[in-house]
Design a protein around this ligand. Structure first.
Ligand code: URA
Length: 259
């Protein structure tokens, strides 16, 4: 089923359409020439994030092979076979990610749920439907220009929040994905993704609206779609975050254009 943009925004619960004061009205191609600079406070907020901390010394289960030199097939194989943390015990399968291997956008969630564990693809349940609608509102289709991954690749039992040691065990895989994908913008969906990549556990509300940076790539924080399903009014804030991310992406793609 193909939905119009208006229908998609209705689906996301965002009507009337929200347009940021400094955001050019829709029309993607024309809008490129109307890129505006990130606000001064945004520039000041840039944070260059150090590589993930190593797993704790008492953590015996490391990935067997160094991950930072793997190509995609080797990475996929190693994730499939991974036994680096206890999450491997109850998974049906590891879920590496899905999408364009040369993407503009990288969205990172928390970890697979039951449906993702069964299907082997991230965000295929209710939260995934909302994520697809969020993508559609940016004129993006799953699989084109976007890659979707999770902080942990195996389903935590009963969908509990992944623990720090599990995030640390999976961090090399996420870092390698970022290095191979070289996205132009990364969007972190929810607190766990923020914790995994930015090592920051402040409240999400305090983290939104700022530009972070990982491996030279701009990073934006927004709410997790599952949270948005329970907190409908915050969908408008998520829409603002996506517009902010799109502005940063356009700056990446056309830095020479006058603002
Ligand atoms: N929630 C996530 O964070 N990731 C998924 O893949 C599904 C639900």
């Amino acid at each position: 089923m193909s939905l119009s943009r208006e229908q998609m925004l209705v689906e996301m619960g965002i009507t009337p359409i929200w347009v940021l004061r400094d955001e050019a009205p829709v029309e993607p191609a024309a809008a490129v020439s109307q890129v505006v600079p990130a606000e001064a406070e945004t520039a000041a907020a840039v944070a260059v994030v150090a590589p993930a901390a190593s797993p704790p010394a008492d953590f015996a289960l490391h990935p067997m092979t160094a991950v930072d030199t793997l190509d995609w097939p080797e990475l996929a194989r190693q994730v499939t076979d991974c036994r680096a943390c206890p999450l491997c015990e109850q998974r049906k399968q590891a879920v590496l990610g899905v999408g364009d291997l040369n993407p503009d956008w990288l969205f990172i969630g928390e970890g697979p749920g039951a449906e993702e564990d069964a299907k082997g693809e991230p965000f295929v349940g209710q939260a995934g439907k909302l994520l697809d609608n969020m993508l559609a509102s940016l004129d993006i289709v799953r699989g084109q220009r976007v890659y979707i991954a999770n902080a942990v690749k195996c389903r935590p039992p009963a969908n509990r929040t992944p623990e720090a040691v599990e995030l640390a065990a999976c961090a090399p895989y996420l870092e390698r994905q970022i290095a191979l994908l070289k996205p132009k913008i990364i969007v972190l969906l929810g607190k766990v993704a923020v914790h995994a990549l930015l090592h920051d556990d402040k409240a999400l509300a305090a983290l939104r609206g700022k530009r972070y940076e990982v491996a030279g790539i701009p990073v934006v924080v927004t709410y997790h779609p599952a949270y948005l399903l329970r907190n409908l009014p915050d969908k408008a804030k998520a829409w603002e975050d996506l517009l902010f991310a799109r502005r940063l992406l356009r700056e990446q793609m056309a830095p020479e254009l006058p603002f």
